[in-house]
Design a protein around this ligand. Sequence first.
Ligand SMILES: [Zn+2]
Length: 120
Amino acid sequence: MGILPPPQYDLGEHPNAIVVHHSLEEVNDRCIGAGHRRNRRYIGCAVLVASNANDTDNLPVCIVFLPYPDKIGYYEELRRHEMGHCWGWGRDHSRKPQGSKPTKTFAPLQAPTLESKTGA
Ligand SMILES: [Zn+2]
């Protein structure tokens, strides 16, 4: 289905990626909440966050919202797709480099992996 990134962005797991799994509904909510357009549904997204000044690798932190692996039939491909965005693949999915400049400053995360739908 052609969701894999072009080769220059298909670089495997990004070292600063933080993968957060949610239900499909929540993934969509998170992606829109993180600034993605409201006029479509998201099954995953990657949010680049400025790296802190002490970082030596100069790579942004990349928050990746994905559905739980058992909720989607092509999780690995989807994960590679989103990792491609972490590596600088533009949101327009073109092959042209757009640099890996952070596009969004994200509010501090509140231990998202500890959240549950029913609350605790
Ligand atoms: Zn994409």
